[in-house]
Design a protein around this ligand. Structure first.
Ligand code: NAD
Ligand code: TDX
Length: 343
């Protein structure tokens, strides 16, 4: 089988390619990625001589390039996206272009080339926010969409396009809405690697607001196995919510877990102004568990330990992207400060 993986030089895509090459020895993968700031070719350096792996540099918005790369594809696994909420607050246009238009271009080409499956990687953020005070309030597949950030709105829009291609044109699609991933090869702009690399650099951990926002966390390898399960056993036209915890965790509890494993105390926390539109997520992953038999294998503590160890041992991988991420945050802080003064 030939897979077209979009965005395979990013965090989850590169983990997925490693996972798939290892677990599906008869398959070949084409990784189509235009190498934005979020890509790190070093993540797949070990695959560069594998005859079952091919990299094609290209933009998912480019109809000609997408048409060419789609030829011969059996299955599309679509990861490529602008993925960072804070960047979507800074520059939403790019999110509309890549996440909405790019997904539409891929869907059109997949239809033209009669692919057997188009799997769309989406996020729990399309549902908006759970009620923090109601511990029974979870995101489930049938919850109405209510995105709040420009990132979430662009992913919600792409999900709607994917469903429309199933209903209108019969394209065999599946969608997964996953919670926050963490693990090796994640850009240090994201919370868990930002915490770890800050501690390794003897810097404090910036916690937005009071640290009481709720998230669900999933070790990235478990996300890869969930996608594998959906590709093999999932029903065409269906959506599956994927998560890792039974209940959510507050950001503050997560920080304390990371600090404890790294042998530090809460003096390392620096409370900073909150993210605008900051919301809360809890995910109920009963459907994929009961209907397809998937279950995450890593506890949060195990996953956090493995992730910390990976960042400790791979500083060459993250040094440059760390500098770039902190420059971005410096600019964002200046921007937020300026807009506040103008009000
Ligand atoms: P990432 O930012 O680490 O990687 C995105 C990749 O897409 C990069 O390699 C980038 O170069 C590529 N890309 C971006 N624009 C492109 C374009 N126009 N053409 C071709 N390639 C392009 O993202 P990630 O964290 O690995 O997320 C992957 C997917 O999973 C995204 O669709 C995201 O919305 C979704 N998701 C992420 C999480 C999470 O916690 N990271 C959770 C749920 C869902
Ligand atoms: O420095 C920080 N301090 C902080 O308190 C950062 C970077 C984040 N946070 C908070 C904000 C969130 O409540 O931590 C939480 C996680 O933040 P991010 O890592 O930016 O992730 P989030 O905004 O939750 O979105 C992620 O999960 C869903 C991914 O980036 C998305 O691509 C995915 O769809």
């Amino acid at each position: 089988m030939q897979l077209l993986v979009t965005g395979g030089m990013g965090f989850i895509g590169s983990n997925f390619i490693h996972y798939w090459l290892k677990n599906h020895p008869a398959d070949t993968i084409i990784n189509f990625d235009n190498l934005t700031y979020a890509a790190n070719p070093a993540s797949l350096q070990d695959c560069s001589h594998n005859p079952r792996y091919h990299f094609v540099k290209g933009d998912i918005v480019d109809e000609v390039a997408v048409d060419q790369v789609m030829s011969g594809t059996d299955v599309v696994v679509h990861f490529a996206a602008e993925s960072h909420v804070d960047r979507s607050i800074d520059n939403p246009t790019l999110f509309v272009r890549t996440n909405v238009l790019g997904t539409y271009v891929l869907l059109s080409a997949a239809l033209k080339h009669s692919v057997k499956r188009f799997h769309h990687i989406s996020t729990d953020e399309v549902f908006g926010s759970v009620n923090r005070l109601d511990p029974q309030d979870f995101f489930r597949e049938n919850r109405p969409y209510n995105p709040t950030s420009p990132y979430a709105a662009s992913k919600a829009s792409s999900d709607h396009f994917v469903r429309s291609f199933f209903k209108t044109f019969g394209l065999p699609v599946t969608i997964s809405n996953c919670s926050n991933n963490y693990g090796p090869f994640q850009n240090p702009e994201k919370f868990i690697p930002r915490m770890i690399t800050n501690v390794l650099n003897n810097q404090k951990i910036p916690v937005y607001g009071q640290g009481d926002n709720i998230r669900d966390w999933l070790y990235v390898e478990d996300h890869c196995s969930a996608i594998d399960t959906i590709l093999n056993k999932g029903k065409v036209g269906e959506t599956y919510c994927i998560g890792g915890l039974k209940d959510g965790s507050t950001n503050l509890n997560l920080v304390k877990t990371v600090l404890q494993v790294m042998g530090k105390n809460i003096d390392q926390i620096n409370y900073v102004p909150d993210r605008p539109g900051h919301d809360d997520y809890r995910v109920d992953w009963t459907k994929i568990n009961q209907q397809l038999g998937w279950t995450p294998k890593h506890t949060l503590e195990e996953g956090i330990k493995a992730t910390i160890q990976w960042y400790q041992q791979n500083s060459d991988w993250w040094t440059n992207s760390k500098k770039e991420a902190e420059l971005f945050y410096q600019k964002l802080n200046n921007y937020q400060h300026t807009s506040y003064e103008k009000k």
